[in-house]
Design a protein around this ligand. Structure first.
Ligand code: CU
Length: 208
């Protein structure tokens, strides 16, 4: 009888050991899962922080402040007067592109031409239109296009309009906004690239 009981006892011990091992493996597995979930927590906490940083960036965006020359080529107009990047009424008789001058725009496509702008095309064949008329002192926007593959520079002869100039790479379009002279008369326009005026790249602005 004793001999028969001994194998039973030993088989019970084996089941007990296997049971303990299974419980231990289960416990280790459970702890490893808890470890992973606690690792995930900081990652999910970072996302809202990143969102908050983005929101702060937008609040600090200076584009929201009215009246500031954020982009020098975007004209600032107050009461019909064009302002320079210096924050003063732009001067037509200074160096083109200087901080006191009306600024030419970045390159635009021809269908982005500002509303009511005067469209001017410069090619080796000449400048069209051959003349145009503006009102003295009025706000004028010119949209100037290089109608061929060549560089052209739109400029006035009269030193009182030295700042009103537009430089164009081949095929490029840019605009410039300025106040027309208060003095009535005809103001000659030419292409300020050597050899271009003499081959007929001229026009004129009539101020009345
Ligand atoms: Cu030219």
């Amino acid at each position: 009888m004793e001999e028969k009981n001994e194998p039973k006892k030993s088989s019970n011990k084996i089941f007990l050991i296997i049971g303990i091992i299974i419980v231990l493996i289960g416990a280790v597995y459970a702890f490893s899962l808890m470890g992973k979930s606690s690792e995930k927590a900081p990652i999910s906490q970072n996302n809202p922080q990143q969102g908050a940083n983005n929101t702060n960036g937008n609040v600090d965006d200076p584009n929201g402040e009215a009246g500031e020359y954020v982009d020098p080529s975007v004209p600032v107009v107050k009461d019909g007067v064009i302002y320079s990047p210096e924050g003063e009424p732009a001067r037509n008789d200074v160096e083109p592109g200087s901080s006191g001058a009306p600024q030419q725009s970045a390159p635009i496509s021809q269908n982005e031409a500002p509303a009511n702008s005067i469209k001017i095309k410069m090619t080796a064949e000449g400048i069209t239109p051959g003349e145009f008329t503006v009102k003295a002192g009025s706000l004028v926007t010119l949209t100037v296009t290089s109608g061929d593959e060549w560089t052209h520079v739109f400029a006035f002869k009269d030193p009182s309009l030295s700042a009103v100039a537009v430089g164009l790479a081949g095929g490029e379009t840019r605009s410039i906004t300025f106040n027309a002279p208060s003095k009535k008369g005809e103001y000659e326009i030419y292409c300020n690239v050597p050899g271009h005026e003499s081959r007929g790249e001229v026009s004129k602005m009539i101020v009345n």
